[in-house]
Write a protein that binds this ligand. Structure first.
Ligand code: 4H6
Length: 221
């Protein structure tokens, strides 16, 4: 799977070279190409933003530089996603859907956002990671890349994605490891019993109990 990220701050994405996503990049299961929007400025000072027409605070990113950056990476089947607080909120269903795409182009806004004309021209979907405001679309783009990459074949074991939270609208059951007694608290006996059917039932009950108490809204879905 190919991700092109159009951003003014490509260095922010260095953290993706760690852990599971870092390994997926090394194994060529995913490819993340960072495109610095500033490289497409024709201005001698490499300016990419300007004051908003109509007045108001802050700066707006110019449509022409974003368009040139987009032209440099676009392919026939690519889906262009604008990371924005005004988008549809990302959920696990959307994550799975996006993992079936071959090529995603993620557009990260900064300052007061991007000139509406280029958005209308190139954006297929507007996605938010939740109802709060951030300084830029870079963290949301990383959240999207991380969550989507987990569903790319070979990135993590299939067991891990099939049973997890949200796939069935239930939270995960609690996990335990050694030591068997920690601060005087013992691991639940059933998990040590070796009785697989009882373990399955116990975990199912815990999933339901956790969902009822922590996220009752999920049970209404
Ligand atoms: C596009 C338009 C995404 C991107 C405006 C981005 C939250 C999310 C941004 C802005 C984002 C999210 C710039 C508007 C800062 C507010 C970047 N914030 N903003 N929830 N910010 O996914 O001022």
């Amino acid at each position: 799977m190919k991700f092109d990220v159009l951003t003014l701050f490509p260095e922010m994405f260095d953290t993706l070279n760690q852990s599971i996503i870092g390994r997926a990049i090394e194994k060529d299961l995913i490819n993340i190409n960072l495109v610095n929007i500033r490289d497409f400025s024709k201005d001698k000072h490499k300016n990419v933003d300007d004051t908003p027409y109509g007045g108001g605070a802050g700066m707006v990113i110019r449509p022409d530089v974003v368009y040139e950056a987009f032209q440099s990476v676009k392919t026939e089947g690519a889906k262009v996603i604008y990371m924005s607080p005004q988008g549809k909120v990302l959920d696990q269903k959307k994550v799975v859907e996006l993992s079936k795409e071959k090529h995603l182009i993620l557009l990260c806004g900064h300052y007061e956002g991007i000139d509406q004309r280029v958005l209308d021209e190139i954006v297929d979907e507007e996605i938010s990671i939740g109802d709060y405001v951030l300084t830029g679309g870079e963290l949301p783009a990383m959240v999207l890349i991380d969550s989507v990459s987990r569903y790319v074949e070979g990135v993590i074991s299939e067991d891990s994605t099939s049973e997890e939270s949200f796939s069935n609208n239930l939270l995960e059951y609690p996990q335990y490891t050694r030591p068997e007694v920690f601060n005087g608290v013992k691991v639940p006996d059933v998990l040590i019993s070796g009785h697989h059917e009882n373990i399955r039932k116990w975990r199912e009950e815990k999933s339901l109990e956790f969902t009822k108490s922590k996220r009752p809204d999920l049970l209404k879905k």
